[in-house]
Ligand binder design. Structure first.
Ligand SMILES: C[S@@+](CC[C@H](N)C(=O)[O-])C[C@H]1O[C@@H](n2cnc3c(N)ncnc32)[C@H](O)[C@@H]1O
Length: 329
């Protein structure tokens, strides 16, 4: 098996993919050098070996096939963990330490990013503010960074707000869909990723709202940091999105960005009230491989027109974050 050019995959119906993944992972049979792929209703899961009790049990229900999945990103001839690089700081997920020693990890990071001054481990993501719980693995206790996206500056307080540097392209993509003159609501704005890209590109009015007071303060600071590059206007708000219906006029918004992937669907009634007819909703939703993202979204927006759903980020081996674009009919 180790000498094979093409790996073997377990071919599984999508409805069973998550439970099979759990079983493979706990018996260390998952070959995570390769990506899990999906064709129609079938999920192909790369595996390491063809023996063992767990596999024998799974083979009663599923079959093994040759597959050709893309490799996960590999660096310096060995697997490089997925990490966030924010200025002089690197953040790595805790589970990476399951297969690499802290010392090796720091050495590899320093080889790739020689200017790095701190390596933080993300233990978990906490509460509805989606704040990372961080532990310093190596270096200086840097808790504040300024990150550049397309020339725009974003100050981030590590551990106090949500921030994901892998969203830079997404911020730009959505901002470029906005048309001059629109009224936009960034309903879960964080430190201002979508809102600031939007007003840097277009003459628009953006209401940017986040319940986390630290995110709100950073949004205000980030507006100041980028003031010379902004063409439109951002109104920062620090409230529960649910209460926006008492502040903004019904049907007064042309476009809503709803980036709270674990819970954004729970605010469907708010988007319905605030959007004008033919208004656009970009909603971010976390979905397991076994789920049908379009069905999940249309359950809440049955009378809306669903334009498309696009995968934006891999959240875990069994789940991704999608952006679905809808038009209110
Ligand atoms: C995934 S983050 C948004 C990230 C941001 N769009 C970006 O691109 O960096 C979700 C945000 O929603 C905020 N949030 C959570 N519940 C909220 C609520 N009920 N009302 C407003 N904001 C909320 C959190 O504080 C967090 O900053």
């Amino acid at each position: 098996m180790r000498d094979r050019v093409v790996p073997l995959c377990l071919s599984v119906d999508k409805s069973k993919a998550n439970s099979v993944l759990r079983a493979l992972r706990s018996s260390k049979l998952l070959n995570d050098e390769y990506k899990i792929t999906r064709t129609g209703d079938t999920v192909l899961i790369p595996i390491k070996e063809t023996g063992g009790e767990t596999l024998a049990r799974l083979l009663e229900e599923f079959s093994i096939v040759d597959c050709n999945p893309p490799r996960r990103r590999v660096l310096v001839n060995t697997k490089m963990p997925s990490m966030e690089h924010l200025g002089e700081v690197v953040i790595v997920r805790r589970n990476v330490l399951d297969y690499i020693t802290p010392r090796d990890l720091v050495d590899r990071i320093k080889a790739v990013y020689p200017r790095v001054r701190a390596v933080w481990i993300k233990e978990e993501t906490c509460d509805s503010f989606r704040k990372p719980l961080l532990r310093l693995l190596w270096g200086e206790e840097i808790r504040e960074v300024v990150v550049k996206e397309y020339g725009l500056l974003f100050k981030v307080k590590l551990g106090e707000v949500y921030f994901n540097s892998r969203l830079a392209e997404e911020h730009r993509k959505v901002a470029s869909m906005i048309k001059h003159g629109e009224v936009v609501l960034d309903a879960f704005s964080g430190v201002g990723g979508f809102a600031i890209h939007a007003v840097a590109l277009r003459q628009v009015l953006v209401f940017a709202n986040d319940l986390n007071p630290v995110a709100y303060e950073l949004l205000v600071e980030n507006l100041y940091l980028n003031r010379r590059r902004l063409r439109g206007v951002v109104v920062p708000l620090n409230m529960d999105t649910r209460d926006l219906v008492g502040v903004l006029r019904e049907g007064s918004v042309d476009r809503i960005i709803a980036d709270l992937p674990h819970q954004s669907l729970e605010y469907a009634d708010v988007y319905e009230k605030l959007l004008r007819p033919r208004g656009v909703l970009h909603i971010y939703v976390l979905s397991k491989l076994s789920e049908n993202i379009e069905e999940l979204v249309l359950e809440k927006f049955s009378s809306w027109s669903l334009e498309c759903c696009t995968s934006v980020l891999e959240y875990s081996p069994g789940a991704s974050i999608y952006r679905c674009d809808l038009v209110k009919v």
